[in-house]
Design a protein around this ligand. Structure first.
Ligand code: NA7
Length: 540
C-alpha cells in the first residue's frame, strides 16, 4: 500500500514455497504481505500449463505435510499428478487457510533495497507501489525465469508462438496445425506426445538429446490410497531425512560389483517401475563412470528397441554427458511418438537453425513450414528469478554484481551483504535435486526460526557471515566434484545461458544431510550470521 508502516515480512511469490511461508507467517502472527506476478497462487503449476505437464515426484509425496487434516482430506488420483491437479491442490490449500487475501496478485517485484539505518527493506513493485518490511522472503522459484532464445528472425514468425512456461489459460486447439517444437528438456519431452496426438504434424527441433525414462503414470487404486493414508506419518518422517526428500532405495551392491545378469535385471526392474529412480538404480551410478556407462548402455538399448528408424534412434541418444547428470526426464510415450507418421525429428547438431522466417524455420539443409512454434527452451535456473530483481543490500552490495562469478550463499538460505533476506529453494540448497514439497517446508521453517530468533533477541539485522558463505560455497563445489554431475553442460551448472558462470549451483550432498546442517546452524544460535542491534527506536 504505502511506505508509512513497516511490516514484519514481505513474501515474494505464491507458489509452493510462498503459500507455505504465508501460512507460517500468519500462524506466527507476523504482519505480512505477499506479492505474486501471476493472477493466482500456484507458481510453477500456475504458469506451466502446457499439455502433458506433470510432476516427476509421486503425488502423495509432492504435497505438504504440515497439517495432518489437510493430508487426510486430499485424495491424489494418479501416481504422478498432472499440472491441473497440482494447481487445484494449491488453490485448495490457499483457500482452506484463507491465504489469498494476504497476497497482491498481478504484480511483479522489480527492486528491493535495504536501509541499513532503519534495518528495513523497501520492496518496489512494477506499478511503483512500495512495501517496507523488516524481513523479505524470496519464494521466487528455481525454474521460473523462462528463456526466449535469440534465434535470428524470431520476430518475423507470422504464426502463433507459444511458450510451455507461459502457456495460455484458454485451451489451445492444435488440430490441423503444423507445429514446430524447440527444446527437448522435461517440458518439451512431456508436451511432444500430446501435441503429436492433436496436430497435423509435429517437427521436434532437438539441440541436445536427453535421457528419458517411462513415467508409468497410472491412477492410484483405492487400496493404495488407503495404505498411503495409514502410513503417512511414517512416510513423511522418513522423507524428511531422505537423500532426495522422498522415499527411495538403491540396489544394495554397486553396479560394478554384480554380475551382468543381476545388473540387467536391476535396470530392467527400474525401467518397468518407471520414474526418475532409474537414475538411482545403483548407488555408484552418479559417481563412477563405469557404473554410469552400464546404465547409459541399458537406456540406449531401450531407445533402439522402441524407435523403429535406426537413424532417428541414433539422433535421440545423448552423446556428450553421463546419464542422470542432466536431470533425467520421465515421459509418457516419448520415444514411441517417433514411430508416428506425423512426427519428424530434426537434429540441430547436424543441421542448425539458420533463420526463423514468417512461414517457419530454415535449417542449413531444409525448410519447415509451420503454423505454430512452441518453445520449451528452459529457464535461467536457480539464480535468474533473484538476479532479475534490482536487489541492493548493505554497503552498496548489488546481487547481480555479487553473483557475476556464480552464486555464493550461506546454506542456500542467506547471502552475505543482504541482511534480513531469506532465499527459499535457491542456489546453494538441494532444492532441484530433492522433492520440492519436503524441501520447501524445511526452508520455510528454517527461515521462520531465524525471524523468530531475531524477534526474541531484539536483533535488527541478521546477515550471513562472509566467511560462512565462502565456506558453504566451497563445500558445495567439493561435494559436486566428487560426482559426475560436473561433466554435463546442464542448467545445474549454468551452462544453458550464454555468458553465465559455470559452477554447480545446487547442494548435492543429500537432502537429509543438508537438513541436519541447517538444524545445527539454527541450534547454534545462528552462528553463521552476524546478528546486530543497530536501529534506534525502530522496533518491528
Ligand atoms: P531444460 O531442461 O533447460 O530444456 C530446455 C531445452 O531447450 C533443451 O533441450 C535446450 O537445448 C533447448 N534449447 C534452449 N535454447 C535453445 C535454442 N536456442 N535452440 C535450440 N534449442 C534450445 O528446460 P525444461 O523446461 O524442459 O525443464 C526444466 C526442468 O523443469 C526439468 O529439469 C525438471 O526439473 C522440471 P540444450 O540442452 O541447451 O542444447
Amino acid at each position: 500500500d504505502n511506505t508509512d508502516s513497516t511490516r514484519d515480512l514481505v513474501i515474494v511469490g505464491a507458489g509452493l514455497a510462498g503459500i507455505y511461508a504465508m501460512y507460517r507467517a500468519l500462524e506466527k502472527g507476523l504482519d505480512v504481505v505477499g506479492i505474486e506476478a501471476g493472477s493466482s497462487v500456484g507458481g510453477t503449476w500456475y504458469w506451466n500449463r502446457y499439455p502433458g505437464a506433470r510432476c516427476d515426484v509421486e503425488s502423495v509425496d509432492y504435497s505438504y505435510s504440515f497439517d495432518r487434516e489437510l493430508e487426510k482430506e486430499w485424495r491424489w488420483t494418479e501416481r504422478f499428478a498432472a499440472q491441473p491437479e497440482i494447481r487445484s491442490y494449491l488453490d485448495h490449500v490457499a483457500d482452506r487457510y484463507d491465504l489469498r487475501r494476504h497476497f497482491t496478485f498481478d504484480r511483479r517485484v522489480t527492486a528491493a533495497r535495504f536501509d541499513e539505518l532503519a534495518s528495513t527493506w523497501t520492496v518496489t513493485l512494477d506499478d511503483g507501489t512500495e512495501h517496507r518490511s523488516r524481513f523479505v522472503m524470496m519464494a521466487t522459484g528455481c525454474l521460473s525465469a523462462p528463456i526466449r532464445p535469440e534465434l535470428p528472425g524470431i520476430d518475423d514468425f507470422a504464426g502463433e508462438m507459444l511458450f510451455t512456461a507461459q502457456w495460455p489459460e484458454e485451451p489451445v486447439d492444435l488440430t490441423g496445425k503444423r507445429v514446430g517444437l524447440i527444446g527437448t528438456g522435461s517440458s518439451g519431452i512431456q508436451a511432444a506426445p500430446r501435441i503429436a496426438e492433436q496436430a497435423q504434424s509435429l517437427t521436434v527441433f532437438q539441440r541436445t538429446a536427453n535421457y528419458t525414462v517411462p513415467a508409468r503414470n497410472r491412477p492410484l487404486t483405492e487400496e493404495e490410497q488407503r495404505e498411503v493414508q495409514e502410513t503417512y506419518p511414517q512416510r513423511r518422517e522418513a522423507s524428511r531425512y531422505a537423500p532426495a526428500g522422498s522415499l527411495s532405495t538403491t540396489h544394495p551392491k554397486k553396479a560394478t560389483e554384480v554380475s551382468a545378469e543381476e545388473r540387467q535385471a536391476a535396470f530392467e526392474a527400474r525401467w518397468q517401475e518407471g520414474g526418475v529412480l532409474f537414475a538411482k538404480t545403483f548407488p555408484d551410478q552418479s559417481v563412477d563412470i563405469v557404473a554410469n556407462d552400464y546404465a547409459r548402455e541399458f537406456a540406449e538399448a531401450k531407445i533402439r528397441e522402441i524407435v523403429q528408424d535406426p537413424e532417428v534412434a541414433d539422433d535421440l541418444i545423448p552423446k556428450d554427458y553421463p546419464i542422470g547428470t542432466k536431470r533425467i526426464v520421465t515421459d509418457t510415450g516419448y520415444y514411441e511418438m517417433y514411430n508416428r507418421d506425423n512426427v519428424k525429428l530434426v537434429n540441430l547438431r547436424k543441421h542448425p537453425i539458420e533463420q526463423v522466417t514468417s512461414w517457419g524455420i530454415k535449417t542449413d539443409d531444409a525448410s519447415y513450414e509451420l503454423d505454430v512454434l512452441v518453445f520449451a527452451t528452459g529457464f535461467d535456473a536457480l539464480t535468474g528469478a533473484l538476479t532479475s530483481i534490482d536487489l541492493h543490500g548493505a554497503r552498496g552490495a548489488v546481487l547481480a554484481e555479487e553473483w557475476e562469478h556464480g552464486p555464493q550463499t550461506y546454506l542456500g538460505l542467506g547471502i552475505a551483504g543482504f541482511p534480513n533476506l531469506i532465499t527459499l529453494n535457491g542456489p546453494g540448497s538441494p532444492s532441484v535435486l530433492a522433492n520440492m514439497a519436503t524441501h520447501t517446508e524445511q526452508q520455510v521453517d528454517w527461515g521462520m526460526s531465524l525471524i523468530e530468533f531475531c524477534r526474541e533477541h531484539g536483533i535488527d539485522q541478521a546477515e550471513p557471515r562472509e566467511d560462512a558463505a565462502e565456506k558453504w560455497t566451497e563445500h558445495l563445489g567439493e561435494v559436486a566434484a566428487g560426482t559426475l554431475f560436473t561433466k554435463a553442460a546442464s542448467w545445474y551448472m549454468g551452462a544453458n545461458i550464454e555468458g553465465k558462470t559455470r559452477t554447480f549451483m545446487p547442494y548435492i550432498g543429500g537432502f537429509g544431510n543438508y537438513r541436519r546442517k541447517c538444524d545445527e546452524a539454527r541450534d547454534s544460535g545462528f552462528e553463521g550470521y552476524v546478528l546486530s542491534k543497530v536501529s534506534v527506536g525502530a522496533g518491528a
